[in-house]
Design a protein around this ligand. Sequence first.
Ligand code: PLP
Length: 425
Amino acid sequence: MTHVFHRNPKVSLKTAVNGKGIRLFDSDGKSYIDACGGAAVSCLGHGHPAVIEAIKHQLDTIAYAHTSFFTTQVAEDLADFLQKKAPGNLNHVYFVSGGSEAVEAAMKLARQYFVEIDQTERRHFIARRQSYHGNTLGALAIGGNAWRRQPFLPLLIEAHHVSPCYAYRDQLSSESEEQYASRLARELEDKILELGPSTVAAFVAETVVGATAGAVPPVKTYLQKIRAVCDKYGVLLILDEVMSGMGRTGHLFACEEDGVVPDIITIAKGLGAGYQPIGATLCTDKIYDVIVNGSGFFQHGHTYIGHATACAASLAVQKTIQEQNLLANVLQRGEQLRGELHQTFANHPHIGDIRGRGLFVGIELVQDRESKKPLDPALKTHARIKAQAKENGLLVYPMGGTIDGRLGDHILLAPPFICTEADIS
Ligand code: PLP
Protein backbone atom coordinates (compact mmCIF):
# COMPACT_ATOMS: atom_id res chain seq x y z
CA MET A 1 0.00 0.00 0.00
CA THR A 2 1.50 3.30 -1.09
CA HIS A 3 0.99 6.56 0.79
CA VAL A 4 2.14 8.66 -2.13
CA PHE A 5 -0.89 10.25 -3.78
CA HIS A 6 0.09 9.29 -7.31
CA ARG A 7 -1.38 11.13 -10.30
CA ASN A 8 -3.16 7.95 -11.33
CA PRO A 9 -3.59 5.92 -8.12
CA LYS A 10 -5.06 2.92 -9.95
CA VAL A 11 -1.94 2.31 -12.02
CA SER A 12 0.77 0.41 -10.22
CA LEU A 13 4.14 1.91 -11.09
CA LYS A 14 7.57 0.34 -11.27
CA THR A 15 10.19 1.97 -9.06
CA ALA A 16 12.92 3.85 -10.91
CA VAL A 17 16.24 3.26 -9.14
CA ASN A 18 18.93 4.50 -11.47
CA GLY A 19 19.56 6.55 -14.57
CA LYS A 20 22.60 6.79 -16.79
CA GLY A 21 22.84 8.63 -20.09
CA ILE A 22 19.86 7.84 -22.29
CA ARG A 23 18.72 5.01 -20.02
CA LEU A 24 16.58 4.55 -16.90
CA PHE A 25 16.55 1.38 -14.80
CA ASP A 26 13.81 0.02 -12.55
CA SER A 27 14.07 -2.05 -9.37
CA ASP A 28 13.65 -5.29 -11.38
CA GLY A 29 16.81 -4.40 -13.26
CA LYS A 30 14.91 -3.64 -16.48
CA SER A 31 16.46 -0.99 -18.69
CA TYR A 32 14.54 1.64 -20.70
CA ILE A 33 15.69 4.01 -23.43
CA ASP A 34 14.29 7.37 -22.35
CA ALA A 35 13.13 8.71 -25.71
CA CYS A 36 10.89 11.42 -24.24
CA GLY A 37 12.73 12.67 -21.14
CA GLY A 38 9.51 12.34 -19.15
CA ALA A 39 7.63 15.23 -20.76
CA ALA A 40 10.58 16.66 -22.74
CA VAL A 41 12.53 17.39 -19.56
CA SER A 42 15.72 15.31 -19.36
CA CYS A 43 17.62 16.98 -22.19
CA LEU A 44 21.05 15.88 -20.88
CA GLY A 45 19.93 12.37 -20.11
CA HIS A 46 20.40 10.93 -16.63
CA GLY A 47 23.22 10.98 -14.08
CA HIS A 48 25.25 13.68 -15.82
CA PRO A 49 28.47 14.07 -13.75
CA ALA A 50 29.00 17.81 -14.42
CA VAL A 51 25.50 18.67 -13.23
CA ILE A 52 25.73 16.43 -10.16
CA GLU A 53 29.08 18.01 -9.28
CA ALA A 54 27.64 21.54 -9.61
CA ILE A 55 24.71 20.64 -7.33
CA LYS A 56 27.05 19.15 -4.71
CA HIS A 57 29.27 22.22 -4.84
CA GLN A 58 26.28 24.51 -4.41
CA LEU A 59 25.00 22.50 -1.44
CA ASP A 60 28.45 22.82 0.16
CA THR A 61 28.24 26.61 -0.09
CA ILE A 62 24.71 27.98 -0.04
CA ALA A 63 21.73 25.74 -0.83
CA TYR A 64 19.02 28.38 -0.52
CA ALA A 65 18.59 31.97 0.55
CA HIS A 66 15.22 33.72 0.54
CA THR A 67 15.10 36.31 -2.24
CA SER A 68 13.62 39.01 -0.04
CA PHE A 69 16.93 38.97 1.87
CA PHE A 70 19.63 38.00 -0.65
CA THR A 71 20.56 37.29 -4.20
CA THR A 72 23.11 34.55 -4.96
CA GLN A 73 25.98 34.58 -7.42
CA VAL A 74 24.68 31.52 -9.17
CA ALA A 75 21.26 33.09 -9.81
CA GLU A 76 23.00 36.20 -11.16
CA ASP A 77 25.25 34.08 -13.40
CA LEU A 78 22.35 32.07 -14.79
CA ALA A 79 20.34 35.24 -15.47
CA ASP A 80 23.38 36.75 -17.26
CA PHE A 81 23.70 33.64 -19.40
CA LEU A 82 20.00 33.66 -20.37
CA GLN A 83 19.96 37.39 -21.02
CA LYS A 84 22.96 37.13 -23.35
CA LYS A 85 21.43 34.23 -25.27
CA ALA A 86 17.84 35.47 -25.45
CA PRO A 87 16.74 37.19 -28.64
CA GLY A 88 16.07 40.94 -28.71
CA ASN A 89 15.98 42.76 -25.41
CA LEU A 90 14.47 40.04 -23.26
CA ASN A 91 16.91 41.22 -20.61
CA HIS A 92 15.17 40.47 -17.33
CA VAL A 93 14.85 37.00 -15.86
CA TYR A 94 12.40 36.04 -13.12
CA PHE A 95 13.16 32.57 -11.75
CA VAL A 96 10.40 30.21 -10.61
CA SER A 97 10.16 26.47 -9.95
CA GLY A 98 8.42 25.13 -13.05
CA GLY A 99 6.40 25.75 -16.18
CA SER A 100 2.99 26.60 -14.73
CA GLU A 101 4.59 29.08 -12.35
CA ALA A 102 6.42 30.66 -15.28
CA VAL A 103 3.11 31.12 -17.12
CA GLU A 104 1.39 32.54 -14.02
CA ALA A 105 4.24 35.03 -13.62
CA ALA A 106 3.95 35.96 -17.31
CA MET A 107 0.21 36.62 -16.99
CA LYS A 108 0.69 38.72 -13.86
CA LEU A 109 3.58 40.65 -15.40
CA ALA A 110 1.38 41.47 -18.40
CA ARG A 111 -1.51 42.55 -16.22
CA GLN A 112 0.67 44.61 -13.86
CA TYR A 113 2.37 46.31 -16.83
CA PHE A 114 -1.00 47.61 -18.02
CA VAL A 115 -2.05 48.63 -14.51
CA GLU A 116 1.18 50.64 -14.19
CA ILE A 117 0.64 52.46 -17.50
CA ASP A 118 -2.95 53.18 -16.55
CA GLN A 119 -4.58 50.88 -19.08
CA THR A 120 -6.45 49.05 -16.37
CA GLU A 121 -9.17 47.85 -18.73
CA ARG A 122 -6.72 45.44 -20.34
CA ARG A 123 -7.59 42.16 -18.69
CA HIS A 124 -8.33 39.65 -21.46
CA PHE A 125 -5.96 36.89 -22.46
CA ILE A 126 -6.33 35.26 -25.85
CA ALA A 127 -4.75 31.86 -26.42
CA ARG A 128 -5.26 29.01 -28.88
CA ARG A 129 -7.70 26.14 -28.70
CA GLN A 130 -4.94 23.60 -29.12
CA SER A 131 -2.56 24.54 -26.34
CA TYR A 132 -1.33 23.58 -22.91
CA HIS A 133 0.07 26.20 -20.58
CA GLY A 134 0.00 24.40 -17.22
CA ASN A 135 -2.32 23.22 -14.48
CA THR A 136 -2.41 26.11 -12.00
CA LEU A 137 -5.60 28.13 -12.23
CA GLY A 138 -4.40 31.00 -14.44
CA ALA A 139 -2.42 28.78 -16.78
CA LEU A 140 -5.26 26.24 -16.89
CA ALA A 141 -7.77 28.97 -17.76
CA ILE A 142 -5.90 30.05 -20.87
CA GLY A 143 -5.04 26.49 -21.99
CA GLY A 144 -7.05 24.93 -24.77
CA ASN A 145 -7.68 21.49 -23.32
CA ALA A 146 -11.40 21.47 -22.45
CA TRP A 147 -11.17 18.17 -20.56
CA ARG A 148 -8.50 19.51 -18.19
CA ARG A 149 -10.45 22.73 -17.62
CA GLN A 150 -13.95 21.30 -17.26
CA PRO A 151 -14.12 20.34 -13.52
CA PHE A 152 -12.55 23.65 -12.49
CA LEU A 153 -14.51 26.03 -14.71
CA PRO A 154 -16.13 27.93 -11.80
CA LEU A 155 -12.64 28.74 -10.50
CA LEU A 156 -11.14 29.98 -13.77
CA ILE A 157 -10.82 33.46 -15.23
CA GLU A 158 -12.58 34.00 -18.53
CA ALA A 159 -10.17 33.34 -21.39
CA HIS A 160 -10.57 33.53 -25.14
CA HIS A 161 -9.37 31.19 -27.82
CA VAL A 162 -8.55 31.29 -31.50
CA SER A 163 -7.47 28.55 -33.90
CA PRO A 164 -4.10 26.87 -33.52
CA CYS A 165 -1.57 26.90 -36.34
CA TYR A 166 -1.94 23.28 -37.36
CA ALA A 167 -1.10 22.94 -41.03
CA TYR A 168 -1.56 19.15 -41.22
CA ARG A 169 -5.27 19.49 -40.48
CA ASP A 170 -6.22 23.09 -41.12
CA GLN A 171 -4.24 24.51 -44.03
CA LEU A 172 -6.51 24.39 -47.08
CA SER A 173 -5.20 22.74 -50.22
CA SER A 174 -5.99 25.97 -52.06
CA GLU A 175 -3.84 27.99 -49.61
CA SER A 176 -0.11 28.70 -49.50
CA GLU A 177 1.59 28.64 -46.09
CA GLU A 178 1.64 32.41 -46.16
CA GLN A 179 -2.07 32.66 -46.98
CA TYR A 180 -2.82 30.22 -44.17
CA ALA A 181 -0.73 32.33 -41.76
CA SER A 182 -2.55 35.48 -42.90
CA ARG A 183 -5.92 33.82 -42.31
CA LEU A 184 -4.92 32.94 -38.74
CA ALA A 185 -3.58 36.43 -38.10
CA ARG A 186 -6.88 37.88 -39.33
CA GLU A 187 -8.74 35.57 -36.95
CA LEU A 188 -6.67 36.93 -34.05
CA GLU A 189 -7.32 40.49 -35.19
CA ASP A 190 -11.06 39.78 -35.38
CA LYS A 191 -11.00 38.38 -31.84
CA ILE A 192 -9.17 41.47 -30.54
CA LEU A 193 -11.70 43.72 -32.27
CA GLU A 194 -14.61 41.65 -30.92
CA LEU A 195 -13.36 41.96 -27.34
CA GLY A 196 -12.40 45.60 -27.79
CA PRO A 197 -8.69 46.33 -28.37
CA SER A 198 -8.40 48.41 -25.20
CA THR A 199 -9.43 45.39 -23.09
CA VAL A 200 -6.92 42.83 -24.38
CA ALA A 201 -3.73 42.31 -22.36
CA ALA A 202 -1.90 39.54 -24.21
CA PHE A 203 -1.92 36.80 -26.77
CA VAL A 204 -0.31 33.60 -25.48
CA ALA A 205 1.01 30.81 -27.70
CA GLU A 206 3.46 27.93 -27.58
CA THR A 207 6.13 28.56 -30.21
CA VAL A 208 6.01 24.87 -31.12
CA VAL A 209 2.95 23.11 -29.69
CA GLY A 210 3.90 20.30 -27.33
CA ALA A 211 1.59 18.46 -24.99
CA THR A 212 -1.68 18.76 -26.89
CA ALA A 213 -0.65 17.77 -30.38
CA GLY A 214 2.89 16.44 -30.50
CA ALA A 215 5.49 18.93 -31.74
CA VAL A 216 3.51 21.09 -34.16
CA PRO A 217 5.68 23.93 -35.49
CA PRO A 218 4.08 27.09 -36.85
CA VAL A 219 4.12 27.63 -40.62
CA LYS A 220 6.61 30.21 -41.89
CA THR A 221 5.61 33.85 -41.22
CA TYR A 222 2.82 32.88 -38.78
CA LEU A 223 4.52 34.28 -35.69
CA GLN A 224 5.66 37.40 -37.55
CA LYS A 225 2.10 38.11 -38.66
CA ILE A 226 0.82 37.47 -35.13
CA ARG A 227 3.49 39.82 -33.75
CA ALA A 228 2.32 42.54 -36.16
CA VAL A 229 -1.32 42.16 -35.09
CA CYS A 230 -0.34 42.37 -31.41
CA ASP A 231 1.73 45.49 -32.08
CA LYS A 232 -1.09 47.14 -33.99
CA TYR A 233 -3.36 46.97 -30.94
CA GLY A 234 -0.80 47.33 -28.14
CA VAL A 235 -1.38 43.71 -27.09
CA LEU A 236 1.59 41.90 -25.51
CA LEU A 237 2.89 38.72 -27.11
CA ILE A 238 3.71 35.94 -24.63
CA LEU A 239 5.47 32.90 -26.09
CA ASP A 240 5.35 29.80 -23.94
CA GLU A 241 8.54 27.82 -24.52
CA VAL A 242 8.29 25.74 -21.37
CA MET A 243 8.53 22.62 -23.53
CA SER A 244 9.97 23.85 -26.83
CA GLY A 245 12.65 26.15 -25.41
CA MET A 246 16.17 25.63 -24.09
CA GLY A 247 17.53 23.84 -27.12
CA ARG A 248 14.83 21.26 -27.74
CA THR A 249 14.30 22.56 -31.31
CA GLY A 250 18.02 23.05 -31.99
CA HIS A 251 17.93 26.73 -30.94
CA LEU A 252 18.14 27.83 -27.34
CA PHE A 253 14.93 29.80 -27.85
CA ALA A 254 12.59 28.21 -30.39
CA CYS A 255 11.33 31.59 -31.65
CA GLU A 256 14.83 32.43 -32.94
CA GLU A 257 14.01 30.30 -35.95
CA ASP A 258 10.87 32.35 -36.61
CA GLY A 259 12.65 35.70 -36.31
CA VAL A 260 10.23 36.95 -33.67
CA VAL A 261 10.88 38.46 -30.24
CA PRO A 262 7.97 38.25 -27.80
CA ASP A 263 7.42 40.72 -24.95
CA ILE A 264 7.50 37.87 -22.46
CA ILE A 265 8.79 34.32 -22.81
CA THR A 266 8.47 31.35 -20.46
CA ILE A 267 10.96 28.49 -20.18
CA ALA A 268 11.25 25.52 -17.82
CA LYS A 269 11.72 21.85 -18.62
CA GLY A 270 15.08 21.85 -20.40
CA LEU A 271 16.33 24.72 -18.24
CA GLY A 272 17.14 22.40 -15.35
CA ALA A 273 16.88 19.17 -17.38
CA GLY A 274 15.13 17.50 -14.45
CA TYR A 275 18.13 17.78 -12.12
CA GLN A 276 16.28 20.45 -10.13
CA PRO A 277 12.82 22.02 -10.50
CA ILE A 278 13.27 25.41 -12.17
CA GLY A 279 11.56 27.66 -14.69
CA ALA A 280 11.87 31.30 -15.70
CA THR A 281 9.91 34.17 -17.16
CA LEU A 282 11.89 36.66 -19.23
CA CYS A 283 10.60 40.09 -20.16
CA THR A 284 11.79 42.99 -22.28
CA ASP A 285 13.12 46.34 -21.08
CA LYS A 286 9.76 47.91 -21.99
CA ILE A 287 7.92 45.90 -19.34
CA TYR A 288 10.68 45.86 -16.74
CA ASP A 289 11.28 49.62 -16.94
CA VAL A 290 7.60 50.44 -16.51
CA ILE A 291 7.38 48.33 -13.36
CA VAL A 292 10.72 49.40 -11.88
CA ASN A 293 10.09 53.09 -12.57
CA GLY A 294 6.43 52.79 -11.56
CA SER A 295 5.48 50.94 -8.40
CA GLY A 296 9.04 49.59 -8.27
CA PHE A 297 7.84 46.14 -7.31
CA PHE A 298 6.56 43.04 -9.12
CA GLN A 299 3.56 42.10 -7.02
CA HIS A 300 4.18 38.39 -7.17
CA GLY A 301 6.50 35.85 -5.61
CA HIS A 302 6.99 32.38 -4.20
CA THR A 303 9.19 30.99 -1.46
CA TYR A 304 11.49 29.14 -3.84
CA ILE A 305 12.05 31.73 -6.58
CA GLY A 306 15.71 32.02 -7.54
CA HIS A 307 16.55 28.83 -5.65
CA ALA A 308 20.36 28.65 -5.56
CA THR A 309 20.70 24.88 -5.95
CA ALA A 310 18.24 24.85 -8.84
CA CYS A 311 20.13 27.72 -10.49
CA ALA A 312 23.44 25.84 -10.04
CA ALA A 313 22.04 22.72 -11.68
CA SER A 314 20.61 24.77 -14.50
CA LEU A 315 23.81 26.72 -15.09
CA ALA A 316 25.75 23.45 -15.32
CA VAL A 317 23.19 22.05 -17.77
CA GLN A 318 23.39 25.13 -19.98
CA LYS A 319 27.22 25.28 -19.84
CA THR A 320 27.40 21.62 -20.86
CA ILE A 321 25.08 22.24 -23.82
CA GLN A 322 27.28 25.13 -24.97
CA GLU A 323 30.67 23.51 -24.32
CA GLN A 324 29.73 20.30 -26.08
CA ASN A 325 28.00 22.09 -28.95
CA LEU A 326 24.94 19.96 -28.31
CA LEU A 327 22.53 22.20 -30.24
CA ALA A 328 24.26 21.13 -33.47
CA ASN A 329 23.71 17.53 -32.40
CA VAL A 330 20.03 18.28 -31.72
CA LEU A 331 19.60 19.52 -35.30
CA GLN A 332 21.46 16.57 -36.84
CA ARG A 333 19.88 13.87 -34.73
CA GLY A 334 16.45 15.46 -35.21
CA GLU A 335 16.83 15.27 -38.99
CA GLN A 336 17.97 11.68 -38.63
CA LEU A 337 15.07 10.75 -36.36
CA ARG A 338 12.41 12.23 -38.62
CA GLY A 339 14.15 10.70 -41.67
CA GLU A 340 14.24 7.22 -40.14
CA LEU A 341 10.64 7.48 -38.94
CA HIS A 342 9.53 8.49 -42.45
CA GLN A 343 11.41 5.52 -43.89
CA THR A 344 10.17 3.02 -41.32
CA PHE A 345 6.55 4.12 -41.56
CA ALA A 346 6.50 5.01 -45.26
CA ASN A 347 3.64 2.62 -45.94
CA HIS A 348 2.04 2.43 -42.53
CA PRO A 349 -1.68 3.12 -42.91
CA HIS A 350 -2.11 4.64 -39.45
CA ILE A 351 0.79 7.11 -39.40
CA GLY A 352 -0.76 10.35 -40.60
CA ASP A 353 2.02 12.83 -39.92
CA ILE A 354 5.61 12.92 -38.69
CA ARG A 355 6.75 16.41 -37.80
CA GLY A 356 8.70 18.65 -35.45
CA ARG A 357 11.86 20.63 -35.07
CA GLY A 358 15.18 19.41 -33.71
CA LEU A 359 14.74 16.63 -31.17
CA PHE A 360 11.08 17.57 -30.66
CA VAL A 361 9.23 15.09 -32.82
CA GLY A 362 5.54 14.24 -33.08
CA ILE A 363 3.76 11.33 -34.71
CA GLU A 364 0.04 11.67 -35.42
CA LEU A 365 -2.03 8.51 -35.71
CA VAL A 366 -5.06 8.27 -37.99
CA GLN A 367 -7.59 5.71 -39.26
CA ASP A 368 -6.25 6.19 -42.76
CA ARG A 369 -3.93 8.64 -44.42
CA GLU A 370 -6.39 9.73 -47.06
CA SER A 371 -9.23 10.90 -44.79
CA LYS A 372 -6.91 11.79 -41.83
CA LYS A 373 -9.81 10.58 -39.68
CA PRO A 374 -8.66 10.19 -36.05
CA LEU A 375 -8.63 6.72 -34.48
CA ASP A 376 -11.56 5.67 -32.33
CA PRO A 377 -10.78 7.21 -28.91
CA ALA A 378 -12.27 4.16 -27.15
CA LEU A 379 -9.29 2.17 -28.43
CA LYS A 380 -6.93 4.39 -26.39
CA THR A 381 -4.23 3.69 -28.95
CA HIS A 382 -1.81 6.30 -27.61
CA ALA A 383 -1.94 4.72 -24.13
CA ARG A 384 -1.52 1.22 -25.55
CA ILE A 385 1.50 2.33 -27.55
CA LYS A 386 3.03 3.87 -24.42
CA ALA A 387 2.47 0.64 -22.47
CA GLN A 388 3.77 -1.65 -25.22
CA ALA A 389 6.81 0.55 -25.86
CA LYS A 390 7.57 0.54 -22.13
CA GLU A 391 7.27 -3.21 -22.09
CA ASN A 392 9.78 -3.25 -24.95
CA GLY A 393 12.14 -0.95 -23.00
CA LEU A 394 11.35 2.35 -24.72
CA LEU A 395 9.77 5.40 -23.07
CA VAL A 396 7.56 7.60 -25.30
CA TYR A 397 5.08 10.35 -24.36
CA PRO A 398 1.50 9.71 -25.52
CA MET A 399 -1.34 12.16 -26.05
CA GLY A 400 -4.96 11.53 -26.84
CA GLY A 401 -8.45 12.75 -26.23
CA THR A 402 -10.51 15.73 -27.23
CA ILE A 403 -8.52 18.78 -28.18
CA ASP A 404 -10.10 21.71 -29.92
CA GLY A 405 -13.29 19.66 -30.28
CA ARG A 406 -11.34 17.05 -32.25
CA LEU A 407 -10.08 13.67 -31.29
CA GLY A 408 -6.57 12.60 -31.86
CA ASP A 409 -3.78 10.24 -30.86
CA HIS A 410 -0.22 11.49 -30.93
CA ILE A 411 3.15 10.23 -29.77
CA LEU A 412 5.83 12.70 -28.72
CA LEU A 413 9.53 11.86 -28.90
CA ALA A 414 12.00 14.13 -27.12
CA PRO A 415 15.28 12.25 -26.73
CA PRO A 416 18.23 13.75 -24.86
CA PHE A 417 20.59 16.10 -26.70
CA ILE A 418 23.51 13.74 -25.97
CA CYS A 419 22.11 10.89 -28.05
CA THR A 420 24.25 9.42 -30.82
CA GLU A 421 23.40 8.31 -34.34
CA ALA A 422 23.27 4.70 -33.12
CA ASP A 423 20.98 5.60 -30.21
CA ILE A 424 18.48 7.21 -32.58
CA SER A 425 18.46 4.21 -34.91
N1 PLP B 1 3.58 25.27 -20.73
C1 PLP B 1 3.85 24.30 -21.62
C2 PLP B 1 4.01 24.63 -23.06
C3 PLP B 1 4.00 22.98 -21.18
O1 PLP B 1 4.25 22.00 -22.06
C4 PLP B 1 3.86 22.70 -19.79
C5 PLP B 1 3.99 21.32 -19.29
O2 PLP B 1 3.92 20.36 -20.02
C6 PLP B 1 3.58 23.76 -18.92
C7 PLP B 1 3.46 25.03 -19.42
C8 PLP B 1 3.43 23.51 -17.45
O3 PLP B 1 4.66 23.18 -16.90
P1 PLP B 1 4.77 22.42 -15.49
O4 PLP B 1 4.20 21.06 -15.70
O5 PLP B 1 6.24 22.43 -15.18
O6 PLP B 1 4.00 23.22 -14.49
